[in-house]
Each structure stands twice: as C-alpha cells, then as structure tokens.
Design a binder for this molecule. Structure first.
Ligand code: NDP
Length: 328
C-alpha cells in the first residue's frame, strides 16, 4: 500500500512543498499508525517551510490532524484499531497517514468531528494555556489580543467572553473586525500603519480608564512589538507567542523598565505539552467548551492535499479567517 505525503527538501516559498508517494510506514514498538481524515493548517507550518523554525531536511510538514488508528505496534495497550484520535505538534501531518508514539494522541469524543479536532486542537490548547497559565485570567480584565479573527483569534474571542474578559482585538480589515466582535470581542480595531504608529492610544486609554492593559497577547511580533509594549499597564505582562510579521528583533531590559516594570514572556505550546498529563487535560477542557457550545470551531477554508501550496499562500496573504484544514 502506498500513501501520498507532502515533503520539503529545501526551505522557501509554498512551491518547495512537493507531493510524494511512498510505501505506507509500519508502526514500531510503542507507536501507532493513524489514517488521516483531516489535517490542521497552522501559521507555524509556514515558519517550518521557510526555515524560520529550522527542521532537519528532507522533512515532512504539518503538525496537527485527526483520523482513525489502522495499525498498532507492540507495547500499546491503551488504544485499539478503529479508534478516532487527534494530535498536534507532531511533524509530518500533511499526509494520508502518520506514525506517532501512542502517548502523543488524544482520544476524540463523539461530539467532536475529525475535521473539528484537526482544526482546533493546536489552536485551542494554545488559548487554554495563554488564558489559564501564561497570564491567568480571572474575569473582569480588559486585554489586548492581536489577529483576533484568525484561527487562534476567533477561539480566543469566544473563550474570553466566556471568562467575562473584555477582549480588545485587532485585525487588518473591518470585515475581520466584525467577525471578531461577532465571536465575543468587546471591541476590535483595524491594525493599519496609523495604529502601529500609536494611533489607538486614546482608544486604549479610554477602554482601560487610562491604566493600560494588564496583558497583551501578541502573535504578530515584529510590527506590533512597540505598540503592544506601549499599551501595557505598569507591571503588565507582554505575552509574545508568534511571529506573523517576523520575529521581534531584540527585547531590551531597559525598554521593559521604561514601559513600567513589565514582564515579557515567550511561551510555546510544546513546553506545555511536554508536561505529563497536560495534553489530555487541556484537550478535555477544550472539548467540554465545545460540547457546551461555548466554543464553536469556524472551519472557513478547506483544501485538498494537492492544494497545500494555496493553503499556505492564503494564510500568508492574510485572507483567511478562523481555521483552515486539509482533507487528504
Ligand atoms: P492565523 O489564522 O491567526 O493567521 C495569522 C494572522 O496574523 C493573519 O490572518 C493576520 O491577521 C495576522 N498577521 C499580522 N501581520 C501579518 C503578516 N505580516 N503576515 C501574515 N499574517 C499577519 O494563524 P494561526 O491561528 O495559525 O496562529 C496565530 C498566531 O499564533 C501565529 O502567529 C502563530 O505562530 C501563533 N501560535 C503560537 C503558538 C504558541 O504556542 N506559541 C501556538 C499556536 C499559534 P490580520 O490580517 O487580521 O492582521
């Protein structure tokens, strides 16, 4: 039996992703094979493709998906053939099948479809740790969250509303802002050159009674760094969790002092997933919010595996909203 997968043998633009056919791999001890029915598309996949986050080459690509277990190696007694599972932060998900350690899988409940799991696991667990651990929201806060209409963003809008947190979003167009507000953002501002140059300062002051935000969740990086820093309250927390516009070049202790003794952190989902038992607990929290219809997963773009380059072009061109998936 052969399967089709996406491989890269060099870093670069979307066209470095090539479809290859290869024999379906067999699981070894402690591993299972998952026949993929849905694959998540994340901005981090573009960082891997360009080499911003370097991978050993040649490499598969894609780190999130869902499907059915169709082969099991020795020493796995907690999973059975035919079981529905999801995963994230595992390389090689742009494929018809993937081999994974059995410990990296999340069992999917009946109320979560394969497509939803592939769309939401990585992004949803990210919001879970951002809101409950990196800066633990208790309700009543007013926070700034960039890229509020993206995959992580629309989940964050809904989650914040549920926590009684006023999420002030930014996005590149009014249509995206409308979407963020419809998902629970208290306000959303267009992130244009004027905004980046400080044009939202008065609005932010009004919304925070002149205090500034206790926390800014910034996944845009290079272009928003200065405005985010200036928007913080004294002793506020700068959560830098992505590089959509490029990595922040340098963080100076003097700038953190001048901004009001603020804290700067650069968290990753991988760190949280490495904590024993955390992944299944986080997934369960997410699935529970989905079951209660507090979080809806917006799958707004769907592609075939052969169209993976288009999926990356759309994400990098900022024309997507919510989540994107690939159906192999
Ligand atoms: P999104 O669907 O949010 O897409 C990225 C968005 O970033 C775009 O839609 C765009 O929104 C905004 N953006 C701003 N500037 C640029 C730019 N120059 N180029 C491209 N996009 C830009 O992606 P994801 O939901 O997959 O991820 C959101 C962010 O969260 C990413 O930065 C990702 O790396 C980060 N992330 C971090 C994790 C972690 O643990 N640290 C885990 C998961 C995601 P707009 O047009 O509205 O500005």
């Amino acid at each position: 039996m052969t399967i089709t997968s996406v491989k890269i043998s060099e870093f670069g633009g979307p066209d470095v992703m090539q479809l290859v056919n290869q024999p379906s791999p067999m699981p070894q001890t402690g591993e299972v094979r998952v026949k993929l029915t849905a694959i998540g598309v994340n901005l981090i996949d573009t960082y891997h493709r360009t080499g911003l986050y370097p991978l050993p080459l040649p490499s598969g690509l894609g780190c999130e998906g869902a499907g059915v277990i169709d082969a099991i190696g020795d020493g796995v007694d907690n999973l059975t053939i035919g079981e529905r599972v999801g995963f994230c932060m595992a390389m090689g998900a742009y494929s018809e099948a993937i081999i994974l350690p059995h410990t990296s899988l999340v069992k999917l409940p009946d109320n979560v479809s394969d497509a939803q799991a592939a769309a939401v696991l990585l992004k949803g667990m990210t919001v879970d740790y951002l809101f409950h651990e990196t800066f633990a929201l208790t309700g009543g806060e007013t926070v700034l969250f960039h890229a509020a209409a993206g995959g992580v963003g629309l989940l964050a809008c809904q989650w914040a509303k549920h926590l009684d947190v006023a999420l002030i979003g930014t996005a590149s167009t009014e249509a995206k802002c409308e979407m963020a507000r419809a998902h629970g953002a208290a306000h959303c501002f267009i992130l244009d050159e004027a905004a980046l140059a400080g044009g939202l300062r008065d609005s932010f002051n009004q919304l925070t009674d002149g205090k500034g935000f206790p926390v800014v969740y910034d996944s845009v990086g290079k272009s928003t760094y200065q405005m985010s820093l200036q928007a913080l309250a004294p002793l506020g927390t700068f959560v830098s969790f992505g590089n959509a516009s490029g990595p922040i070049e340098a963080v100076s202790p003097a700038a953190l002092a001048a901004a009001g003794s603020v804290y700067f952190t650069r968290p990753t989902l991988a760190t949280h997933m490495a904590r024993p038992g955390w992944m299944q607990k986080s997934a369960n929290r997410l699935f529970d919010l989905m079951a209660r219809k507090i979080i809806n997963v917006d799958i707004n773009q769907t592609y075939r595996l052969a169209d993976v380059a288009q999926a990356h072009r759309d994400l990098e061109a900022r024309i997507t909203t919510g989540c994107s998936i690939i159906l192999p």
